[in-house]
Ligand binder design. Structure first.
Ligand SMILES: Cc1cc2nc3c(=O)[nH]c(=O)nc-3n(C[C@H](O)[C@H](O)[C@H](O)COP(=O)(O)OP(=O)(O)OC[C@H]3O[C@@H](n4cnc5c(N)ncnc54)[C@H](O)[C@@H]3O)c2cc1C
Length: 377
C-alpha cells in the first residue's frame, strides 16, 4: 500500500489550490454564478479534469480528479461553482464521452471539456426522485427522430446549460432496461427551461426545471443504445459520487484550519478556548471524521480507476463525506459562537453549502440501502 502522491499529483494539487485562492475566491462572496470565473476555470482545466487529453481535457484518473477538486474546495468557499463544474463533468460530459456515438463525442466533448459549453443532466422529475425507474418522461421513436415529453426538476446548471443529458422511458414495460438517454439542446423546438430556483446553499450553482413538449431529437443524439439509460446514469453517478465529493474534503480541511486558529486565538475565562476539553474534543472529532471520509473517498476512486467492483466503496465514501460535511458545518458554527451564525463572517456558509450533499447524487438513505444490499440484506 502506497499513500504517497506522485510528483505530478502533488504539483497539480498545489497549482489548483493556488489558482482557487487567487482566481476563484475573490468572487466567492457574491454566491452567484459568474461566467468569467467559470471560463477561467475552464481554461485551467477544471471542467475537463477527467476527459482524455485528445478530447481537450486534462486526462486525469478518478483519484487525481478527486484530489484536484479537494484542492479547489480547500482554496475557495465557492462550492456552488465547483458543484456546477462537477455536475457538468461527471453527469453530462463523462457519460456522453463513454456512451455516445463518436460523431456526437467529437461534436460536444471538446467544448464541454474546455467549459465553453455548459452541461447538465436531467433525471429527476416531480414524481420520480430516488426511484429513477418511475420516470414519466417518454421518448417515442418516429423515423430518424425521437419525440420527447418530459418535466424535469432540480436540474443543476439548467438556467445556463448548452447541453442537457435527458433520461426518458422508451419502453415502459422493460423496467431497468426501459430507459434511454438523449442529448437535448435548448435551441431545439419544444424545449423550455424554467427560471433559476432559489435554494439553501450552493448559491453560485443555478438550478431549475426543464420542460420538453413534443421535442424532436435526432436519433443520433441518443447516448448509448436504446434501453441503456439506467446503465449510462449509473456510470455517471459512479464518477460523481466518487470524485465530486472531493470538494467537500477541501471544504472540511478549510473549516478545520479555521476552527483550530480560532480556538488558539479566542480567549474566554482567561484561556484560549482550545484549552477547554469540550472545545478541543469537538475539533479532534472533526479531524477524525475528515480523515476517515478522505480515506474512504480515495479508496473508492482508486477502486474505480482499477475497474474493480466499486459500488459499495463509492456508497460508503459518498455517505461518509456528505454526512461529515454537514457535521463539520455544524461544528464550525458552534466553535465560533455567535460569530458562527453571522452571515458576514462566512462561517455559516459551510453548513448551507453542505446540506444538499446528503440529498443529491443519491440520498444518504439510498446509499445506506446500497450498502445494505451489498451486505446481502
Ligand atoms: C442541489 C441539488 C442539485 C441537484 N441536481 C440534480 C441534477 O442536476 N439532475 C437531476 O436529475 N437531479 C438533481 N437533483 C435531484 C436529486 O437527485 C434528488 O433530489 C434526489 O435524488 C432525491 O429525490 P427527491 O428530492 O425526489 O426525494 P425523494 O426521493 O422523494 O426522497 C424523500 C425522502 O425519502 C427518502 N427515501 C426515498 N426512497 C427511499 C427508500 N427506498 N429507502 C429509504 N428512504 C427513501 C429519501 O432518502 C429522502 O429522505 C438535485 C438535488 C439537489 C438538492
Amino acid at each position: 500500500m502506497d499513500f504517497n502522491w506522485s510528483p505530478n499529483q502533488a504539483e497539480l494539487f498545489e497549482r489548483s489550490l493556488e489558482f482557487a485562492k487567487r482566481r476563484v475566491e475573490p468572487h466567492a462572496k457574491a454566491e452567484q454564478f459568474n461566467l468569467d470565473v467559470w471560463n477561467e476555470c475552464g481554461e485551467f482545466g477544471l471542467t475537463g479534469l477527467a476527459i482524455p487529453t485528445e478530447h481537450g481535457g486534462l486526462g486525469l484518473d478518478a483519484l487525481t480528479t478527486a484530489r484536484v477538486l479537494e484542492a479547489f474546495g480547500q482554496g475557495t468557499c465557492d462550492l456552488g461553482l465547483l458543484f456546477s463544474a462537477g455536475a457538468h463533468l461527471f453527469a453530462c460530459a463523462r457519460p456522453i464521452l463513454e456512451h455516445a456515438e463518436p460523431e456526437l463525442v467529437e461534436q460536444l466533448i471538446p467544448a464541454l471539456a474546455r467549459g465553453t459549453k455548459i452541461g447538465a443532466n436531467a433525471m429527476t422529475e416531480p414524481g420520480a426522485g430516488s426511484d429513477t425507474q418511475q420516470l414519466a418522461a417518454r421518448a417515442v421513436r418516429d423515423g430518424d427522430d425521437y419525440v420527447l415529453q418530459a418535466d424535469k426538476a432540480f436540474v443543476t446548471n439548467a438556467p445556463i446549460a448548452d447541453v442537457f443529458l435527458v433520461y426518458a422511458t422508451t419502453e415502459p414495460s422493460h423496467g431497468y432496461l426501459g430507459l434511454s438517454a438523449f442529448v437535448v439542446t435548448p435551441d431545439m423546438p419544444g424545449v423550455r427551461v424554467g427560471a433559476a430556483m432559489a435554494k439553501v446553499g450552493l448559491g453560485s450553482s443555478p438550478f431549475g426545471s426543464l420542460y420538453l413538449e413534443d421535442c424532436r431529437v435526432p436519433a443520433r443524439y441518443r447516448v448509448g443504445p436504446e434501453g441503456a439509460g439506467s446503465r449510462v446514469f449509473q456510470s455517471s453517478m459512479a464518477w460523481e459520487r466518487a470524485c465530486l465529493f472531493g470538494i467537500y474534503l477541501g471544504a472540511m480541511q478549510r473549516q478545520l484550519d479555521a476552527v483550530v486558529s480560532h480556538a488558539l486565538e479566542r480567549k474566554q475565562f482567561r484561556r484560549p478556548i482550545g484549552k477547554f476539553q469540550g472545545v478541543s474534543h469537538r475539533i479532534a472529532d472533526m479531524q477524525l471524521r475528515l480523515e476517515s471520509a478522505r480515506m474512504l473517498l480515495y479508496r473508492a476512486c482508486w477502486m474505480h480507476d482499477q475497474q474493480r467492483d466499486s459500488v459499495l466503496a463509492i456508497s460508503l465514501a459518498k455517505l461518509a463525506v456528505s454526512e461529515a460535511a454537514v457535521q463539520s458545518g455544524l461544528d464550525a458554527i458552534q466553535l465560533h459562537g455567535g460569530l458562527g451564525v453571522v452571515a458576514e463572517a462566512g462561517i455559516e456558509r459551510g453548513l448551507r453549502d453542505a446540506l444538499a450533499s446528503t440529498v443529491f447524487s443519491g440520498t444518504s438513505e439510498i446509499q445506506r440501502n446500497l450498502i445494505a444490499r451489498a451486505l446481502g440484506l
